[in-house]
Structure formats: C-alpha cells, structure tokens
Design a protein around this ligand. Structure first.
Ligand code: PEP
Ligand code: MG
Length: 307
C-alpha cells in the first residue's frame, strides 16, 4: 500500500499546457530523504549538509560524510540530489572552527567565504561528494556566493566526475545582478529567497521587529529573480529553494518568472505539485510581468491572490 501511495505521489507535476516543473525536497538529515520520497519528491534540490557538522567537537571524516551522502543517494534511487557545501558561520558557528567575533555575522565570514578560508573542510567535503557522484547523479552547489571570483576559486577545487553538475546559489543581490557573469561557469542556479530577501531589504531573517520588511513578494526581490532567469536563458536550469517556493500563492508567479524547479520541505511537496497542476503558463507569464511593475509586496500579494 505504501508503494502504491508513493507511485501516485510520484506523478510529475505539469502545468495545464504540459510544462514539467520539478518539485524537489530540501533535506536536513538522512531521515528527511526517506520522508521526502514517501511524499513524491522528484529530486533533492537542497541538501543542507550542515547537519553533519553541527553539534560535535571535530569535523566528520571523509568516510563518515560519504556514508551519509551515499545513503541519501540510495534513498533517491537514481533521482538527482543536490548537495550544498557547508553553509556555516555567523549564526551557526562550529566549535572546531575558530573565527573572530563579528559585529554583523550575517555580513561576515559565512557560507562559501568560510569554506574558502578553511580549505581542508571544503576539500574533504568535495572528496566525499565526488565519491558518491562516481555512481549516482549528483549536483553540487555553493552557498552565499557574492562574486565570480569566489565561484571560480571554489570550482577549481572540484573534481569533475562524470555526471556531476555544478551550480551556484543565488542568495546575495550581487550574485543575482551578476548572474550573466556567473552563468558560463555553472549548469544551474538555485535561488535562496530566504537570504536573498534578507539582503535585498536589509532586514534580518528571523528578527520579528523587521519581519514585515523581509517580504519575498517585494518587487525588488522579484526583479532579482527575473535577472537570474533572464541570464539563465535556455541553457541553465533555475530552481528556487527558499521558503517562497513552498507558498502555493507564489507558485504561478515563480513559474511565470521562468523558474522550472521548486525545492521545498517534504511536507509541502503534495500541495506544491497540486499548485503547479493548476498553473496556466500564459496567465502565469502575464502575472509575473504585472508583478514586476508593482510598487509593494502588498500589491504583488494582491495580484497573486486574485489569480
Ligand atoms: C535560502 O537562503 O533561501 C536558503 C534556501 O538557504 P538557507 O535557508 O539554508 O539559508
Ligand atoms: Mg541561505
């Protein structure tokens, strides 16, 4: 019975005109992979590998990482899985990585910045991922990239196993604005709307006092997403893996902006697939164009609610 339930949940999500939108899962543990498959995840669009590194006294070994990554790959049975390299620092410090105190941790040594400053951590992780990529379809992406130089430095450390695709998260406004310059180096973009919103509106995520400002429906955020899909053209796949992708109302808007993969928490997968099946591409494209012309998040939400 469970196999039947998975078979139904596994039906691909297509818009009314037949465009396939990949509905993928965000994972923060090996156990999450099992749950995600049970609800029909087409892929794993964001594996937050920090789970292996946090709450311990020393970094996981390459073998330990390989075992965890392999277990996720096996659960996904040949479906694409996307490892994000370590995204720590700032609010997620590691006891075994000494860093100076920072006045503005979200603007400090985090994500790819920390990984490049501590190459052994990054290289071990890339080794473990490469081992799994030798016999599973694996995507790799880097978090918090703000310049082309950071991306090319990180890419220089990657062993290009066959079938390994590389991508970059777009979650800093400079990365969205420079998407055309990043594009030649990658196979895909994955937009992290949580951080992208925080940095675009200069409103700290999770800070209740500015929660009203940190709205991913803000036209400024949408214009940055539009920059990315335009720069991607037909060659590069664009995913959204921030919370916005799990919002039913945002699904037509994101698809209309050219996004072709939505990566969300497992619990949201069935609803997001249903929302995709209701999307009429012509209406979604028109909605996105109108949304880009609005002057407030409230106005954009109004448009989305009416569709
Ligand atoms: C994001 O910033 O949107 C994202 C998906 O990454 P995280 O939430 O892990 O920072
Ligand atoms: Mg992020």
């Amino acid at each position: 019975a469970q196999t039947d339930a998975i078979a139904v949940a596994d039906e691909p999500a297509r818009t009314t005109d037949g465009t396939h939108i990949v509905v993928a899962a965000n994972l923060s543990s090996v156990a999450d992979a099992v749950t995600a498959r049970q609800v029909g995840a087409d892929a794993a669009g964001l594996i937050r590998t920090e789970f292996l590194f946090l709450g311990r006294m020393e970094p996981p070994t390459v073998d330990e990482q390989e075992a965890a990554y392999r277990s996720i790959a096996e659960t996904f049975q040949g479906r694409r899985i996307t490892f994000r390299t370590l995204d720590i620092g700032a609010d997620k410090p590691l006891s075994y990585v000494a860093t100076a105190a920072e006045a503005n941790p979200f603007l400090g040594l985090r994500g790819i910045r920390l990984a490049l400053a501590r190459p052994k951590l990054l290289h071990d992780q890339l080794d473990a991922i490469a081992r799994v990529a030798s016999d599973h379809p694996v995507d790799l992406m880097f978090p918090m990239v703000s310049t082309v130089d950071e991306l090319t430095t990180a890419l220089a450390a990657v062993t290009r196993a066959q079938g390994l695709r590389v991508g970059v998260m777009v979650e800093v406004p400079s990365a969205a604005l420079n998407a055309r310059a990043l594009a030649p180096h990658v196979d895909f973009f994955s937009i992290g709307t949580n951080d992208l919103t925080q940095y675009t509106l200069a409103a700290e995520r999770g800070n209740a006092a500015v929660a009203g400002l940190a709205d991913p429906y803000d036209p400024a955020v949408l214009r940055l997403i539009d920059c990315v899909t335009r720069a991607a053209g037909d060659r590069i796949d664009v995913a959204v893996c921030g919370e916005l992708a799990a919002d039913e109302l945002a699904v037509p808007l994101l698809v209309g902006l050219g996004v072709r993969e939505l990566s969300v928490a497992a619990a949201a997968i069935p609803l997001v697939k249903q929302a995709v099946r209701r999307v009429d591409m012509a209406a979604a494209t028109a909605l996105a164009q109108r949304a880009l012309q609005q002057s407030s998040a409230r106005a954009v939400r109004g448009l989305c609610g009416r569709l």
